[in-house]
Ligand binder design. Structure first.
Ligand code: NAP
Length: 355
């Protein structure tokens, strides 16, 4: 077939720009689910990013950025736009008295960064050990675990402003962080994150308040853990509670933990006295959703066809092999309905759905 000048031009452009077409996305996610992207580009530096961005803008194509694909469910029909696989690397350490500022490219592996900072004796990221994904995803979700949140250590985020077509450095305040939430999450079509700067402490203090950590410390007879021991303990806990990504398709916790009014928490405690709750303040209370899914709704370790929940953690949905997005969504909807029926709580997915 002879190519028209327009097709010739596009074909040449794709060749030069590494833009691919109809790329199956499932292998770019830890769920191992998802149809094709109409356009797809692996971005390794700012020049690649600008080219993918200009191509999308000129051709009025919507864009979506993926990092490690570890918090993502992609529709079976795929995405009719440009998927940018963020792969910008690079790390820089700058000392400032008792602090060290670490800037890492958005495509850097998150846990490798945590490991490296712990090796260097820097405090701040240790409780966020063993979380899959990339550096660029940490501000979006404001990832958090065991009493630490990304917002506690993020100094600034360097971005491409899609609307104003300019580079910008956003301060921590401008990121508008909240519990597992941020400006980036609320406004997904505004910024593309290029790098993140963390302010870490040479003389930090460890936070081992969480029950799982306390239990692990006492099992190992450790009273005052050091930085490396904290990381090892958290890796052990997460390995025990969460499935191995090499064995199962999963995006980890599928739903957000629940924050309810203290009145609602009291009502539930009257009904389920053994339920554990954590006061946020005198008006709000956190409830571990895994406990409700397990003890109230009987969802731990269920399996139907290709999908189910993990035997050690009911919050985690699993693709047991060849599942499609619809099967996951159907199971998730059943869980949403059952939790509402039993407790009156409306639960929300934490995993992002791309369609
Ligand atoms: P968990 O430790 O059993 O905690 C369940 C819930 O109880 C969470 O909402 C947690 O709050 C809260 N909680 C537990 N101990 C607490 C304490 N001492 N003080 C205040 N709140 C307390 O939960 P899990 O499912 O096994 O997860 C372990 C950790 O990983 C949790 O911190 C969880 O939030 C985190 N996680 C984060 C993500 C993410 O960032 N996307 C995904 C999955 C799990 P917090 O949520 O505030 O910790």
């Amino acid at each position: 077939m002879e190519l028209t000048p327009v097709h010739q031009h596009l074909a040449q452009t794709f060749q030069q720009m590494k833009i691919q077409e109809h790329v199956i996305l499932k292998d770019y996610t830890t769920f191992k689910i998802g149809g094709p992207a109409r356009f797809f580009c692996i971005v390794k530096n700012e020049d690649d990013l600008i080219e993918a961005f200009n191509f999308s803008k000129k051709n009025k194509i919507k864009m979506f950025v993926i990092g490690g694909g570890s918090n993502l469910l992609i529709a079976d029909a795929g995405y009719d736009g440009m998927v940018i696989k963020m792969d910008i690397s690079g790390k820089k350490y700058i000392e400032e008295g008792d602090f060290v500022k670490v800037t890492a490219g958005a495509g850097e592996n998150w846990d490798k960064l945590v490991e490296e900072t712990v090796e260097k004796g820097l405090y701040g990221l240790e409780n966020l050990s063993n979380i899959p994904g990339t550096v660029g995803a940490t501000p979006v979700q404001n990832i958090g675990a065991y009493g630490s949140e990304a917002k506690d250590v993020i100094e600034s985020v360097y971005v491409l402003d899609i609307i104003k077509d300019e580079y910008k450095t956003l301060t921590n305040v401008e990121c508008d962080f909240d519990y597992r939430d941020s400006f980036f999450k609320k406004n997904p079509q505004r910024y593309i994150i290029i790098s993140v700067t963390f302010k870490l402490n040479k003389k930090g203090k460890l936070n081992f308040n969480y029950k799982d950590i306390q239990e692990a410390l006492s099992a190992k007879k450790i009273k005052n853990p050091n930085l490396k021991q904290m990381r090892e303990i958290i890796i052990d806990i997460r390995n025990r509670k969460l499935p191995n990504l090499k064995t199962y398709g999963t995006a980890g916790s599928f739903f957000k933990n629940v924050i309810v009014s203290s009145i609602k928490a009291k009502e539930l405690l009257d009904k389920y006295p053994e339920m554990i709750v954590h006061a946020v303040n005198n008006k709000k209370t956190k409830i571990p959703l895994a406990w409700i899914l397990d003890h109230v709704c009987g969802f731990r370790g269920v399996k139907k066809g290709n999908v189910g929940t993990y035997q050690n953690q009911a919050l985690v949905l699993i693709n047991y092999g060849n599942a499609n997005a619809k099967e996951i969504i159907d199971l998730a909807q059943k869980m949403v309905d059952k939790v509402y029926e039993e407790t009156g709580i409306e639960i929300e997915p934490e995993v992002e759905y791309l369609e």
